[in-house]
Design a protein around this ligand. Sequence first.
Ligand SMILES: Nc1ncnc2[nH]cnc12
Ligand SMILES: [Zn+2]
Length: 335
Amino acid sequence: MPLPKAELHLHIEGTLEPELAFELAARNGVRLPYADTEELRKAYLFDDLQSFLDLYYSLMAVLRTEDDFEALAEAYLVRAAAQGVRHAEIFFDPQAHTARGVPIGTVVEGLGRALDRSRERHGVSTALILCFLRDQSAESALETLDAARPHLDRIVGIGLDSAEVGHPPAKFREVYAVADSLGLRKVAHAGEEGPPSYITEALDVLGVERVDHGLRALEDPALVARLVRDRIPLTLCPLSNVRLRAVSELSAHPLRRMMDAGLLCTVNSDDPAYFGGYVGDNFDAVGEALGLSVEDLRVLARNSFLAAFLEGEEGVREGYLAEVAAYEFPTPPLP
Ligand SMILES: Nc1ncnc2[nH]cnc12
Ligand SMILES: [Zn+2]
């Protein structure tokens, strides 16, 4: 049995495996510019965030119907459950679909079908987080939140993703204020490629409760002190950071140093179909590369439940924390 954990940084569109992409392309009569899954996988060599985003958005052309979004979420939940995920807070990018003529209702209702039965079928509780594309306008974000109003019973919060540099958090001040007035929780990607000042701005201007990535936080000691003092969780994604060249190799990842600095770190997969692993794979790979102890891994799992938006249901967080505390790591075979 794998270590129980919550996944808090997961783009559902980033779970689109090549096999499902080709299946949906055939179903929907979409022509992909790759001969087969092998050729598509060979395209997964990225120089930076933008080179990944170009492929990520283009492959979404295969997602058209509620059935497609249901199949996407179902496939993720099967894989997540197998890697010990007990709770998943799932990002989706409505503007990437509405721009192609797919209504937000199709996306939310399709995903919702899989999420609704997830606890029963996979033992995974779920929540949806609507992300705005930061390289689109602030007006487009406001229109997107408006379009989401009929579906807010399915949405726990908002986030901010896509190309970071040049699109600072303050651009989205207004939409975050509106979301706040609607009772939505607030997160944002910050400090993935952008400077630590973007993290500070996301806290000050957007009022985020959790920072997605926050990878570059250590560059600003005053920011670190604030994140530690206010117990602001960071949702780190080690394999993503290597594939998008935010760190040179896994052994250079700052996770260990961040934990030692007292930051509330979590480990997540970001876009697992593209970055070589789901969340359990991220735990295994970063644990091995940084020489983390089993008690370090337990801290990371515990942090994931502390950082989750689980306030709604009494006792649920405590139940998950008890599972983590009681977890017995398999004993390694003797050499
Ligand atoms: N790692 C990432 N950073 C920003 N936007 C994203 N959208 C999907 N994955 C992302
Ligand atoms: Zn992300």
